[in-house]
Design a protein around this ligand. Sequence first.
Ligand code: SPV
Ligand code: MG
Length: 542
Amino acid sequence: MKKTTQLKNLLHSDRTEFILEAHNGLSAKIVEQAGFKGIWGSGLALSAQHAVRDNNELSWTQVVEILEFMSDATSIPILLDGDTGYGDFNNMRRLVAKLEQRGIGGVCIEDKLFPKTNSFIQGEQQELEDTDAFCGKIQAGKDAQMDDDFCIVARIEALIAGWGLEEALRRGEAYHQAGADAVLIHSKQSRPDEVLAFAREWDNRCPLVIVPTKYYSTPTEVFREHRISLVIWANHLIRAGITAMRATAESIHESESLVDVEGQVATVSEIFRLQGADELLEAEKIYARSARQEATAVILAASRGRGMDELTSDRPKVMIPVAGKTVLRRLVDKFKAQGINDITVVGGYRNDAIDVLGARLVINEDWENSDELISLSCALESVSGDTVLVYGDLLFRTYILNNLMDWDADLLVVVDSSPLDTAQGNKNDLAYCSAADDRAMYQQKVSLEQISSEMDWNDRKPAGRWIGMLRARGPGRTYLLEALEQLRAQANFSELGVPDLVNRLIANGHVPQVQYISGHWMDINNVEDLARAGDFAQGRNS
Ligand code: SPV
Ligand code: MG
Protein backbone atom coordinates (compact mmCIF):
# COMPACT_ATOMS: atom_id res chain seq x y z
CA MET A 1 0.00 0.00 0.00
CA LYS A 2 1.22 3.52 -0.76
CA LYS A 3 2.75 5.26 2.24
CA THR A 4 0.34 8.17 1.82
CA THR A 5 -2.62 5.78 2.01
CA GLN A 6 -1.13 4.02 5.02
CA LEU A 7 -0.86 7.33 6.86
CA LYS A 8 -4.36 8.37 5.88
CA ASN A 9 -5.66 5.03 7.18
CA LEU A 10 -3.82 5.53 10.46
CA LEU A 11 -5.47 8.93 10.90
CA HIS A 12 -8.88 7.51 10.11
CA SER A 13 -8.46 4.26 12.00
CA ASP A 14 -11.24 3.58 14.50
CA ARG A 15 -8.59 2.98 17.18
CA THR A 16 -6.03 5.29 18.70
CA GLU A 17 -2.81 4.77 16.75
CA PHE A 18 0.79 5.57 17.69
CA ILE A 19 3.85 6.75 15.81
CA LEU A 20 7.39 7.17 17.15
CA GLU A 21 10.10 9.68 16.36
CA ALA A 22 13.06 8.79 14.16
CA HIS A 23 15.77 11.05 12.85
CA ASN A 24 17.76 9.04 10.31
CA GLY A 25 17.58 5.85 8.27
CA LEU A 26 18.77 3.64 11.10
CA SER A 27 16.40 4.93 13.76
CA ALA A 28 13.54 4.83 11.23
CA LYS A 29 14.26 1.17 10.63
CA ILE A 30 14.34 0.51 14.36
CA VAL A 31 10.92 2.17 14.70
CA GLU A 32 9.49 -0.05 11.99
CA GLN A 33 11.09 -3.20 13.39
CA ALA A 34 9.66 -2.42 16.84
CA GLY A 35 6.20 -2.74 15.28
CA PHE A 36 5.12 0.87 14.76
CA LYS A 37 2.91 1.65 11.80
CA GLY A 38 4.33 5.11 11.24
CA ILE A 39 7.24 7.43 11.93
CA TRP A 40 7.33 10.97 13.25
CA GLY A 41 10.01 12.97 11.41
CA SER A 42 10.61 15.21 14.40
CA GLY A 43 12.09 18.63 13.68
CA LEU A 44 13.66 18.63 17.13
CA ALA A 45 15.34 15.24 16.66
CA LEU A 46 16.36 15.83 13.04
CA SER A 47 18.18 19.00 14.05
CA ALA A 48 19.47 17.66 17.38
CA GLN A 49 21.28 14.75 15.73
CA HIS A 50 23.38 17.35 13.94
CA ALA A 51 23.79 19.41 17.13
CA VAL A 52 21.95 22.36 15.65
CA ARG A 53 18.94 24.11 17.17
CA ASP A 54 15.29 23.49 16.46
CA ASN A 55 15.09 26.97 14.89
CA ASN A 56 15.18 26.04 11.22
CA GLU A 57 18.96 25.96 11.40
CA LEU A 58 18.69 22.80 9.33
CA SER A 59 17.60 23.92 5.86
CA TRP A 60 14.50 22.33 4.43
CA THR A 61 16.46 20.66 1.66
CA GLN A 62 18.70 19.10 4.29
CA VAL A 63 15.57 17.82 6.03
CA VAL A 64 14.32 16.33 2.77
CA GLU A 65 17.68 14.63 2.18
CA ILE A 66 17.53 12.93 5.59
CA LEU A 67 13.91 11.94 4.99
CA GLU A 68 14.93 10.20 1.80
CA PHE A 69 17.25 7.89 3.75
CA MET A 70 14.49 7.28 6.30
CA SER A 71 11.93 6.53 3.65
CA ASP A 72 14.26 4.28 1.65
CA ALA A 73 15.02 2.29 4.80
CA THR A 74 11.39 1.62 5.72
CA SER A 75 8.01 0.58 4.39
CA ILE A 76 5.85 2.50 6.87
CA PRO A 77 4.80 6.13 6.34
CA ILE A 78 6.63 9.14 7.68
CA LEU A 79 4.70 12.15 8.94
CA LEU A 80 7.17 15.00 8.66
CA ASP A 81 7.22 17.71 11.28
CA GLY A 82 7.38 20.44 8.64
CA ASP A 83 7.58 23.31 11.17
CA THR A 84 5.94 26.34 9.50
CA GLY A 85 6.28 24.95 5.99
CA TYR A 86 9.62 26.79 5.76
CA GLY A 87 8.09 30.04 4.53
CA ASP A 88 4.81 31.17 3.03
CA PHE A 89 2.16 29.36 0.94
CA ASN A 90 4.52 29.18 -2.01
CA ASN A 91 7.30 27.50 -0.03
CA MET A 92 4.65 25.11 1.26
CA ARG A 93 3.64 24.14 -2.28
CA ARG A 94 7.20 23.31 -3.20
CA LEU A 95 7.71 21.39 0.05
CA VAL A 96 4.67 19.21 -0.61
CA ALA A 97 5.87 18.46 -4.14
CA LYS A 98 9.31 17.46 -2.91
CA LEU A 99 7.94 15.33 -0.07
CA GLU A 100 5.70 13.44 -2.46
CA GLN A 101 8.68 12.79 -4.70
CA ARG A 102 10.55 11.24 -1.78
CA GLY A 103 7.72 8.96 -0.75
CA ILE A 104 6.74 10.79 2.44
CA GLY A 105 3.25 10.08 3.79
CA GLY A 106 2.33 13.57 4.94
CA VAL A 107 3.43 16.76 6.59
CA CYS A 108 2.44 18.57 9.77
CA ILE A 109 2.73 22.37 9.75
CA GLU A 110 2.34 24.64 12.77
CA ASP A 111 0.80 28.10 12.94
CA LYS A 112 3.94 29.97 13.99
CA LEU A 113 6.30 32.25 12.08
CA PHE A 114 9.44 31.27 10.19
CA PRO A 115 12.03 30.73 11.65
CA LYS A 116 10.21 28.95 14.44
CA THR A 117 11.43 28.02 17.92
CA ASN A 118 10.67 24.77 19.69
CA SER A 119 7.38 25.00 21.56
CA PHE A 120 9.04 24.17 24.88
CA ILE A 121 11.40 27.15 24.71
CA GLN A 122 9.62 30.31 25.90
CA GLY A 123 6.41 29.11 24.28
CA GLU A 124 4.31 32.00 25.56
CA GLN A 125 6.47 34.57 23.82
CA GLN A 126 6.05 32.95 20.45
CA GLU A 127 4.07 34.78 17.84
CA LEU A 128 1.32 32.91 16.01
CA GLU A 129 0.73 33.11 12.28
CA ASP A 130 -2.37 35.01 11.17
CA THR A 131 -5.22 32.47 10.87
CA ASP A 132 -6.12 33.41 7.30
CA ALA A 133 -2.53 33.27 6.13
CA PHE A 134 -2.14 29.84 7.72
CA CYS A 135 -5.36 28.64 6.09
CA GLY A 136 -3.97 29.84 2.74
CA LYS A 137 -0.87 27.78 3.38
CA ILE A 138 -2.94 24.66 4.10
CA GLN A 139 -5.02 25.21 1.00
CA ALA A 140 -1.93 25.78 -1.16
CA GLY A 141 -0.45 22.53 0.14
CA LYS A 142 -3.61 20.58 -0.57
CA ASP A 143 -3.84 22.07 -4.07
CA ALA A 144 -0.18 21.23 -4.73
CA GLN A 145 -0.37 17.54 -3.83
CA MET A 146 -0.55 15.11 -6.73
CA ASP A 147 -1.47 12.10 -4.61
CA ASP A 148 -4.98 12.36 -3.16
CA ASP A 149 -3.93 10.50 -0.02
CA PHE A 150 -1.02 12.78 0.94
CA CYS A 151 -1.97 14.19 4.37
CA ILE A 152 -1.57 17.68 5.74
CA VAL A 153 -1.88 17.97 9.50
CA ALA A 154 -2.46 21.47 10.89
CA ARG A 155 -0.84 22.05 14.27
CA ILE A 156 -2.40 24.53 16.66
CA GLU A 157 0.03 26.39 18.92
CA ALA A 158 -2.58 28.57 20.63
CA LEU A 159 -2.31 26.71 23.96
CA ILE A 160 1.51 26.84 23.87
CA ALA A 161 1.42 30.60 23.21
CA GLY A 162 -1.09 31.18 26.01
CA TRP A 163 -4.13 32.09 23.91
CA GLY A 164 -6.48 29.61 25.59
CA LEU A 165 -8.92 26.96 24.56
CA GLU A 166 -11.35 29.19 22.69
CA GLU A 167 -8.70 30.50 20.30
CA ALA A 168 -7.35 26.98 19.85
CA LEU A 169 -10.79 25.73 18.86
CA ARG A 170 -11.43 28.70 16.57
CA ARG A 171 -8.18 28.06 14.76
CA GLY A 172 -8.77 24.30 14.63
CA GLU A 173 -12.12 24.83 12.94
CA ALA A 174 -10.62 27.29 10.43
CA TYR A 175 -7.84 24.85 9.54
CA HIS A 176 -10.32 22.02 9.22
CA GLN A 177 -12.42 24.15 6.85
CA ALA A 178 -9.28 25.05 4.86
CA GLY A 179 -8.81 21.38 4.06
CA ALA A 180 -6.46 20.00 6.74
CA ASP A 181 -6.68 16.21 6.95
CA ALA A 182 -6.21 16.35 10.73
CA VAL A 183 -5.41 18.87 13.46
CA LEU A 184 -2.74 18.54 16.11
CA ILE A 185 -3.33 20.23 19.43
CA HIS A 186 -0.11 20.86 21.30
CA SER A 187 0.40 21.60 25.00
CA LYS A 188 3.33 22.16 27.31
CA GLN A 189 1.47 21.38 30.52
CA SER A 190 2.39 18.38 32.62
CA ARG A 191 -1.28 17.47 32.95
CA PRO A 192 -3.42 16.59 29.94
CA ASP A 193 -6.42 18.68 31.01
CA GLU A 194 -6.36 21.37 28.32
CA VAL A 195 -5.73 18.83 25.57
CA LEU A 196 -8.58 16.65 26.83
CA ALA A 197 -10.88 19.68 27.05
CA PHE A 198 -10.01 20.48 23.44
CA ALA A 199 -10.69 16.86 22.43
CA ARG A 200 -14.11 16.93 24.06
CA GLU A 201 -15.09 20.16 22.32
CA TRP A 202 -13.54 19.03 19.05
CA ASP A 203 -15.76 15.99 19.08
CA ASN A 204 -13.93 14.25 16.25
CA ARG A 205 -14.73 16.84 13.55
CA CYS A 206 -11.65 15.46 11.84
CA PRO A 207 -8.82 13.27 13.18
CA LEU A 208 -7.11 14.71 16.26
CA VAL A 209 -3.38 14.29 16.90
CA ILE A 210 -1.50 14.87 20.18
CA VAL A 211 2.11 14.94 21.41
CA PRO A 212 2.14 13.95 25.10
CA THR A 213 5.82 14.75 25.76
CA LYS A 214 5.05 16.86 28.84
CA TYR A 215 1.94 15.01 30.06
CA TYR A 216 3.63 11.66 29.50
CA SER A 217 2.28 10.07 32.68
CA THR A 218 -1.30 10.21 31.41
CA PRO A 219 -2.60 6.63 31.03
CA THR A 220 -2.92 5.81 27.35
CA GLU A 221 -6.44 4.63 28.05
CA VAL A 222 -7.44 8.26 28.66
CA PHE A 223 -6.37 9.15 25.11
CA ARG A 224 -8.44 6.29 23.76
CA GLU A 225 -11.46 7.42 25.75
CA HIS A 226 -11.08 10.89 24.25
CA ARG A 227 -11.00 9.44 20.74
CA ILE A 228 -7.52 10.72 19.97
CA SER A 229 -6.71 9.44 16.48
CA LEU A 230 -2.94 9.58 16.58
CA VAL A 231 -0.46 9.83 19.47
CA ILE A 232 3.04 11.01 18.61
CA TRP A 233 5.86 9.82 20.88
CA ALA A 234 7.93 12.70 19.66
CA ASN A 235 11.57 12.50 20.74
CA HIS A 236 12.32 9.31 22.58
CA LEU A 237 14.83 7.69 20.27
CA ILE A 238 17.08 10.73 20.10
CA ARG A 239 16.91 10.96 23.90
CA ALA A 240 17.63 7.25 24.31
CA GLY A 241 20.56 7.67 21.95
CA ILE A 242 22.01 10.55 23.97
CA THR A 243 21.83 8.57 27.21
CA ALA A 244 23.36 5.44 25.71
CA MET A 245 26.08 7.27 23.81
CA ARG A 246 27.07 9.36 26.82
CA ALA A 247 27.26 6.35 29.17
CA THR A 248 29.30 4.40 26.62
CA ALA A 249 31.68 7.26 25.86
CA GLU A 250 32.28 7.98 29.55
CA SER A 251 32.83 4.34 30.40
CA ILE A 252 35.35 3.80 27.61
CA HIS A 253 37.13 7.02 28.47
CA GLU A 254 37.37 6.20 32.18
CA SER A 255 38.33 2.55 31.90
CA GLU A 256 40.48 2.89 28.77
CA SER A 257 39.03 -0.44 27.82
CA LEU A 258 36.08 -1.87 25.93
CA VAL A 259 35.44 -4.69 28.39
CA ASP A 260 32.69 -2.98 30.36
CA VAL A 261 30.69 -1.80 27.37
CA GLU A 262 30.99 -4.76 25.01
CA GLY A 263 27.96 -6.55 26.41
CA GLN A 264 25.93 -3.32 26.56
CA VAL A 265 26.18 -2.15 22.99
CA ALA A 266 24.74 -3.56 19.77
CA THR A 267 27.03 -6.03 18.05
CA VAL A 268 28.68 -5.17 14.78
CA SER A 269 26.61 -7.96 13.20
CA GLU A 270 23.50 -6.16 14.36
CA ILE A 271 24.70 -3.08 12.47
CA PHE A 272 25.19 -5.24 9.39
CA ARG A 273 21.70 -6.70 9.83
CA LEU A 274 20.14 -3.25 10.04
CA GLN A 275 22.07 -2.18 6.96
CA GLY A 276 20.83 -5.22 5.04
CA ALA A 277 24.35 -6.55 4.43
CA ASP A 278 23.03 -10.07 3.70
CA GLU A 279 20.97 -8.82 0.80
CA LEU A 280 24.08 -7.38 -0.82
CA LEU A 281 25.98 -10.66 -0.44
CA GLU A 282 23.10 -12.48 -2.14
CA ALA A 283 22.92 -9.86 -4.89
CA GLU A 284 26.66 -10.15 -5.46
CA LYS A 285 26.22 -13.84 -6.19
CA ILE A 286 23.79 -12.93 -8.95
CA TYR A 287 25.26 -9.77 -10.40
CA ALA A 288 28.91 -9.35 -9.39
CA ARG A 289 30.37 -12.10 -11.51
CA SER A 290 33.77 -10.53 -11.71
CA ALA A 291 36.38 -13.27 -11.52
CA ARG A 292 38.60 -10.77 -9.77
CA GLN A 293 36.55 -11.18 -6.59
CA GLU A 294 37.65 -14.73 -6.05
CA ALA A 295 41.23 -14.32 -7.17
CA THR A 296 43.99 -16.09 -5.30
CA ALA A 297 47.71 -15.60 -5.35
CA VAL A 298 50.55 -18.08 -4.90
CA ILE A 299 53.97 -16.73 -4.01
CA LEU A 300 56.93 -19.09 -4.41
CA ALA A 301 59.31 -18.30 -1.59
CA ALA A 302 61.06 -21.54 -0.68
CA SER A 303 64.55 -20.80 -1.84
CA ARG A 304 67.37 -19.32 0.15
CA GLY A 305 68.68 -17.23 -2.71
CA ARG A 306 71.97 -18.27 -4.27
CA GLY A 307 74.83 -15.83 -4.00
CA MET A 308 73.30 -13.94 -1.11
CA ASP A 309 74.68 -16.07 1.70
CA GLU A 310 75.42 -13.30 4.15
CA LEU A 311 71.99 -11.77 3.86
CA THR A 312 70.13 -15.05 4.02
CA SER A 313 71.92 -16.75 6.88
CA ASP A 314 68.85 -16.53 9.08
CA ARG A 315 66.01 -15.87 6.62
CA PRO A 316 64.93 -16.67 3.09
CA LYS A 317 65.41 -14.20 0.27
CA VAL A 318 61.83 -12.93 0.49
CA MET A 319 62.42 -11.67 3.99
CA ILE A 320 65.27 -9.34 3.05
CA PRO A 321 64.19 -5.77 3.63
CA VAL A 322 64.13 -3.41 0.68
CA ALA A 323 63.78 0.24 1.65
CA GLY A 324 62.46 -0.75 5.06
CA LYS A 325 59.93 -3.36 3.91
CA THR A 326 60.54 -6.98 3.05
CA VAL A 327 60.10 -8.12 -0.53
CA LEU A 328 57.34 -10.48 0.61
CA ARG A 329 55.42 -7.74 2.44
CA ARG A 330 55.61 -5.59 -0.69
CA LEU A 331 54.13 -8.44 -2.72
CA VAL A 332 51.36 -9.20 -0.21
CA ASP A 333 50.46 -5.51 0.00
CA LYS A 334 50.30 -5.26 -3.80
CA PHE A 335 47.90 -8.21 -3.98
CA LYS A 336 45.74 -6.84 -1.22
CA ALA A 337 45.56 -3.45 -2.89
CA GLN A 338 44.26 -5.31 -5.93
CA GLY A 339 41.52 -6.95 -3.82
CA ILE A 340 43.30 -10.31 -3.80
CA ASN A 341 43.18 -11.44 -0.19
CA ASP A 342 43.56 -15.19 -0.58
CA ILE A 343 47.34 -15.34 -0.71
CA THR A 344 49.45 -18.46 -0.21
CA VAL A 345 53.17 -18.24 0.39
CA VAL A 346 55.16 -21.44 -0.19
CA GLY A 347 58.07 -21.38 2.21
CA GLY A 348 60.99 -23.75 2.57
CA TYR A 349 64.36 -22.49 3.73
CA ARG A 350 64.04 -20.84 7.16
CA ASN A 351 60.29 -20.73 6.86
CA ASP A 352 60.20 -19.95 10.60
CA ALA A 353 61.46 -16.47 9.67
CA ILE A 354 58.65 -15.77 7.21
CA ASP A 355 56.19 -13.12 8.33
CA VAL A 356 52.95 -14.04 6.63
CA LEU A 357 50.63 -11.49 8.13
CA GLY A 358 47.70 -11.31 5.71
CA ALA A 359 48.69 -14.51 3.86
CA ARG A 360 48.76 -18.26 4.42
CA LEU A 361 52.03 -20.19 4.70
CA VAL A 362 52.43 -23.69 3.31
CA ILE A 363 55.77 -25.43 3.50
CA ASN A 364 57.80 -27.35 0.98
CA GLU A 365 59.60 -29.57 3.50
CA ASP A 366 61.96 -30.91 0.87
CA TRP A 367 63.02 -27.49 -0.38
CA GLU A 368 66.70 -28.47 -0.41
CA ASN A 369 66.19 -31.25 -2.94
CA SER A 370 63.40 -29.80 -5.02
CA ASP A 371 62.55 -26.98 -7.35
CA GLU A 372 59.61 -24.72 -8.10
CA LEU A 373 57.03 -27.25 -9.25
CA ILE A 374 57.26 -29.21 -6.02
CA SER A 375 56.70 -25.93 -4.21
CA LEU A 376 53.76 -25.13 -6.43
CA SER A 377 52.31 -28.57 -5.71
CA CYS A 378 52.32 -27.71 -2.00
CA ALA A 379 49.95 -24.84 -2.79
CA LEU A 380 47.59 -26.78 -5.03
CA GLU A 381 44.57 -26.17 -2.85
CA SER A 382 45.15 -22.47 -3.31
CA VAL A 383 45.04 -22.73 -7.08
CA SER A 384 41.36 -21.93 -7.38
CA GLY A 385 39.35 -19.43 -9.35
CA ASP A 386 41.54 -16.76 -10.82
CA THR A 387 45.09 -17.59 -9.74
CA VAL A 388 48.17 -15.42 -10.00
CA LEU A 389 51.48 -17.21 -9.61
CA VAL A 390 54.58 -15.12 -8.87
CA TYR A 391 58.13 -15.57 -7.79
CA GLY A 392 58.73 -14.29 -4.30
CA ASP A 393 61.64 -12.05 -5.26
CA LEU A 394 59.69 -9.94 -7.70
CA LEU A 395 59.28 -6.19 -7.44
CA PHE A 396 56.97 -4.51 -9.93
CA ARG A 397 54.90 -1.43 -10.52
CA THR A 398 51.27 -1.66 -9.45
CA TYR A 399 49.79 -1.23 -12.93
CA ILE A 400 51.32 -4.51 -14.07
CA LEU A 401 49.17 -6.56 -11.69
CA ASN A 402 46.22 -4.31 -12.36
CA ASN A 403 46.43 -4.94 -16.12
CA LEU A 404 47.05 -8.63 -15.54
CA MET A 405 43.76 -8.91 -13.68
CA ASP A 406 41.83 -6.90 -16.27
CA TRP A 407 42.90 -8.88 -19.29
CA ASP A 408 40.50 -11.53 -20.53
CA ALA A 409 42.44 -14.74 -21.22
CA ASP A 410 42.53 -18.23 -19.74
CA LEU A 411 46.30 -18.11 -19.36
CA LEU A 412 48.35 -14.96 -19.33
CA VAL A 413 52.06 -14.27 -18.83
CA VAL A 414 53.85 -10.95 -18.42
CA VAL A 415 56.78 -10.43 -20.76
CA ASP A 416 59.20 -7.51 -20.62
CA SER A 417 60.01 -6.47 -24.18
CA SER A 418 62.75 -3.99 -23.33
CA PRO A 419 66.16 -4.82 -24.90
CA LEU A 420 67.67 -7.85 -23.24
CA ASP A 421 70.71 -7.32 -21.13
CA THR A 422 72.35 -10.71 -21.47
CA ALA A 423 75.88 -9.40 -21.08
CA GLN A 424 76.00 -10.70 -17.55
CA GLY A 425 75.00 -14.13 -18.70
CA ASN A 426 71.41 -13.90 -17.54
CA LYS A 427 69.61 -15.91 -20.15
CA ASN A 428 66.85 -17.09 -17.87
CA ASP A 429 63.23 -17.06 -18.89
CA LEU A 430 63.61 -15.77 -22.42
CA ALA A 431 60.19 -15.50 -24.01
CA TYR A 432 59.55 -16.54 -27.60
CA CYS A 433 56.31 -15.10 -28.80
CA SER A 434 54.07 -15.10 -31.86
CA ALA A 435 54.77 -11.39 -32.46
CA ALA A 436 57.09 -8.77 -31.10
CA ASP A 437 55.77 -6.03 -28.88
CA ASP A 438 53.98 -3.46 -30.98
CA ARG A 439 53.53 -0.64 -28.53
CA ALA A 440 51.15 1.12 -30.86
CA MET A 441 48.62 -1.63 -30.23
CA TYR A 442 46.73 -1.82 -26.98
CA GLN A 443 46.16 -5.33 -25.69
CA GLN A 444 47.49 -6.85 -28.90
CA LYS A 445 46.83 -10.59 -29.09
CA VAL A 446 50.19 -12.30 -28.88
CA SER A 447 50.76 -15.86 -27.78
CA LEU A 448 53.69 -17.33 -25.96
CA GLU A 449 55.51 -20.05 -27.88
CA GLN A 450 58.27 -21.04 -25.50
CA ILE A 451 60.17 -19.98 -22.42
CA SER A 452 63.78 -20.92 -22.83
CA SER A 453 67.30 -20.11 -21.72
CA GLU A 454 68.55 -20.49 -25.29
CA MET A 455 69.22 -17.26 -27.17
CA ASP A 456 68.18 -18.76 -30.49
CA TRP A 457 65.48 -21.26 -29.79
CA ASN A 458 64.26 -22.60 -33.15
CA ASP A 459 66.46 -20.02 -34.89
CA ARG A 460 64.32 -17.27 -33.54
CA LYS A 461 64.97 -14.16 -31.54
CA PRO A 462 63.37 -13.84 -28.10
CA ALA A 463 60.69 -11.15 -27.83
CA GLY A 464 61.61 -10.42 -24.26
CA ARG A 465 61.86 -11.92 -20.83
CA TRP A 466 59.08 -13.56 -18.81
CA ILE A 467 59.07 -11.74 -15.50
CA GLY A 468 57.91 -14.63 -13.32
CA MET A 469 54.23 -13.76 -13.27
CA LEU A 470 51.46 -15.96 -14.60
CA ARG A 471 47.68 -15.81 -14.34
CA ALA A 472 45.28 -18.73 -14.85
CA ARG A 473 41.56 -18.05 -15.10
CA GLY A 474 38.56 -20.33 -15.57
CA PRO A 475 39.59 -23.30 -17.73
CA GLY A 476 43.18 -22.03 -17.57
CA ARG A 477 43.34 -23.28 -14.01
CA THR A 478 42.33 -26.80 -15.11
CA TYR A 479 44.91 -26.74 -17.90
CA LEU A 480 47.55 -25.71 -15.40
CA LEU A 481 46.71 -28.51 -12.98
CA GLU A 482 46.61 -31.02 -15.86
CA ALA A 483 50.07 -30.00 -17.06
CA LEU A 484 51.40 -30.19 -13.52
CA GLU A 485 50.07 -33.74 -13.18
CA GLN A 486 51.71 -34.77 -16.45
CA LEU A 487 55.05 -33.41 -15.34
CA ARG A 488 54.72 -35.05 -11.95
CA ALA A 489 54.90 -38.38 -13.75
CA GLN A 490 58.37 -37.50 -15.05
CA ALA A 491 61.44 -38.77 -13.21
CA ASN A 492 62.97 -35.29 -13.14
CA PHE A 493 59.87 -33.59 -11.66
CA SER A 494 61.78 -32.39 -8.61
CA GLU A 495 64.15 -30.42 -10.85
CA LEU A 496 61.48 -28.62 -12.85
CA GLY A 497 60.52 -24.99 -12.62
CA VAL A 498 57.55 -22.89 -13.67
CA PRO A 499 58.95 -22.34 -17.23
CA ASP A 500 58.75 -26.12 -17.71
CA LEU A 501 55.12 -26.00 -16.69
CA VAL A 502 54.41 -23.14 -19.09
CA ASN A 503 56.12 -25.01 -21.92
CA ARG A 504 54.04 -28.08 -21.16
CA LEU A 505 50.90 -25.97 -21.33
CA ILE A 506 52.00 -24.76 -24.77
CA ALA A 507 52.74 -28.33 -25.87
CA ASN A 508 49.25 -29.29 -24.72
CA GLY A 509 47.81 -26.60 -26.98
CA HIS A 510 46.90 -24.28 -24.12
CA VAL A 511 48.89 -21.32 -25.25
CA PRO A 512 49.19 -18.42 -22.79
CA GLN A 513 48.61 -14.92 -24.04
CA VAL A 514 51.35 -12.37 -23.60
CA GLN A 515 50.96 -9.09 -21.77
CA TYR A 516 53.90 -6.97 -22.82
CA ILE A 517 55.49 -4.45 -20.52
CA SER A 518 58.64 -2.45 -20.90
CA GLY A 519 60.66 -2.38 -17.69
CA HIS A 520 59.01 -1.39 -14.42
CA TRP A 521 59.98 -4.60 -12.65
CA MET A 522 62.99 -6.39 -11.24
CA ASP A 523 63.88 -9.55 -9.44
CA ILE A 524 66.54 -9.95 -6.83
CA ASN A 525 69.25 -12.43 -7.65
CA ASN A 526 72.33 -10.96 -6.01
CA VAL A 527 73.63 -8.24 -3.77
CA GLU A 528 73.84 -5.72 -6.63
CA ASP A 529 70.19 -6.31 -7.41
CA LEU A 530 69.41 -5.62 -3.80
CA ALA A 531 71.11 -2.24 -3.97
CA ARG A 532 69.06 -1.37 -7.07
CA ALA A 533 65.91 -2.70 -5.43
CA GLY A 534 65.99 0.04 -2.80
CA ASP A 535 65.88 2.67 -5.53
CA PHE A 536 63.23 0.77 -7.45
CA ALA A 537 60.96 0.44 -4.43
CA GLN A 538 61.24 4.15 -3.76
CA GLY A 539 60.40 4.98 -7.33
CA ARG A 540 63.84 6.40 -8.12
CA ASN A 541 64.47 3.89 -10.85
CA SER A 542 61.79 2.25 -12.84
C1 SPV B 1 9.14 17.92 17.34
O1 SPV B 1 9.27 16.73 17.65
O2 SPV B 1 10.02 18.52 16.74
C2 SPV B 1 7.93 18.64 17.70
C3 SPV B 1 7.22 18.25 18.89
O3 SPV B 1 7.63 19.58 17.04
S1 SPV B 1 7.76 19.28 20.13
O4 SPV B 1 9.17 19.20 20.26
O5 SPV B 1 7.04 18.80 21.31
O6 SPV B 1 7.34 20.63 19.81
MG1 MG C 1 9.04 20.28 15.85
